[in-house]
Design a protein. Structure first.
Length: 363
């Protein structure tokens, strides 16, 4: 704990530290809540950034500062109240107001204001899904005119062609000899490869733009106030240029799944069309002003792309011997793969209904 106290002391915080304890259940970064003694001074969030996965911490933090500064400016111009709960506020270093991360020789650290009276959820109902749709659409809308050029914090992060190339390499290498027993899964995934790369194909034809997206819109990356209204979007490490499908698709992959991401009981895994409808209505209400026809028409494709991409990533990691995702038992990545394929099949079966619903929303 003393060590963490020393880290916190590097930042320009207010008040006296009362306690520092772990916060949340993130799989990539280590997160702590820093409580201060007086109710008049804010509490803080302290994070160690996983620089094995995010190798360009400087670029990552530059992205985040550009995005939060731009959003804060817009909220201020709109006369929004309570802004510190509606956009993340990063704390500069005590000896350098220009810098919002600290390198201790081994790890990278950053601090932000803790948002009081706010919650995140792993499961949401249709009302919350509609709010979430509005909020993610609004997040993208606010960033449409950002003047900064953002870097790809993980290059080719949501590039389906790249993810398939990684899978093919994993199959060819078969590093830990797991391929023989799961060849049918490899065939099942590769059979869809060409169609699932539609986004890259459209992009090459100049028909699909990259915009600033969040790129990790798992349902639990959104903060709600006690009345159930969205406050802000958190976990901004992956904010980068991508297709809008990223944010739309990854929310549905997590929120519209009636089971868990790694559900061992496939009968629990289904694509929930009520969540789809609520989220889509919310999303289109704030995003349709800037979306192109091609983007809107392909939202159903996006709802299938993300379970597919996640299955490809989990399966490649399984074949590689579990080197990327943390696992809690030996077949964990295989179970995750199977659950994502089940979700994909269920979403595929709903494609005509999704297309109809979107046409209806637009008329
Ligand atoms: C990782 O850290 P977390 O759980 O928010 C991953 C996402 C995956 C997700 C699957 C940097 O996100 O892309 O969709 O796991 N993040 C990174 O649960 O790879
Ligand atoms: Mg997260």
């Amino acid at each position: 704990m003393n060590e963490l106290n020393d880290i916190v002391a590097r930042f320009a915080t207010k008040g006296t530290i009362d306690s520092i304890s772990p916060l949340g259940n993130g799989l990539i970064n280590d997160t702590y809540i820093v409580r201060t003694q007086s109710p008049d001074t804010p509490d803080y969030v302290l994070q160690r950034i996983n620089h094995h996965i995010f190798t360009d911490v400087e670029g990552l933090q530059r992205n985040i500062m550009a995005v939060t500064t731009h959003i804060r400016r817009k909220l201020t111009a709109q006369g929004t109240s309570d802004i510190d709960r509606k956009v993340l506020t990063f704390i500069p270093l005590a000896d350098n107001p220009e810098k919002t991360f600290y390198f201790d020789g081994t790890s990278y650290w950053r601090m932000m204001l803790f948002i009081p009276e706010a919650d995140t959820f792993d499961v949401v109902d249709t009302t919350y899904s509609r709010f979430a749709g509005e909020a993610f659409g609004n997040f993208q809308a606010m960033l449409v005119d950002i003047p900064d050029t953002l870097t790809e914090t993980i290059p080719d992060f949501h590039n389906m062609e790249f993810r398939l190339q990684q899978l093919r390499e994993a199959i060819d290498t078969d590093a830990v000899g797991r391929l023989d027993s799961v060849r049918d899964i490899a065939d099942d995934l590769l059979r869809r490869a060409d169609h699932m790369c539609l986004a890259e194909q459209l992009h090459r034809q100049g028909l699909l733009p990259k915009r600033i997206c969040h790129c990790d819109t798992k349902v639990n990356n959104m903060m709600f106030d006690r009345q159930g209204h969205v406050l802000c979007v958190i976990d901004l490490d992956t904010v980068m240029p991508s297709y809008i499908f990223s944010d739309y698709g990854d929310f549905l992959r997590t929120a519209a799944n009636t089971g868990a991401e790694d559900d061992p009981d496939l009968s629990r895994v289904n694509f929930n069309m009520d969540i789809f409808r609520a989220f889509t209505e919310g999303y289109l209400s704030t995003a349709s002003a800037f979306l192109t026809d091609i983007e809107i028409q392909n939202l159903p494709y996006a709802a299938t792309l993300f379970p597919y991409m996640q299955a490809v990533r989990f399966f490649a990691d399984y074949l590689n011997g579990d080197t990327y995702y943390k696992t809690t038992y030996p077949e964990h990545n295989l179970v995750r793969t199977q659950a994502q394929i089940r979700l994909l099949e269920s979403a595929e079966a709903s494609l005509p209904a999704m297309t109809d619903f979107i046409a209806q929303c637009r008329s």
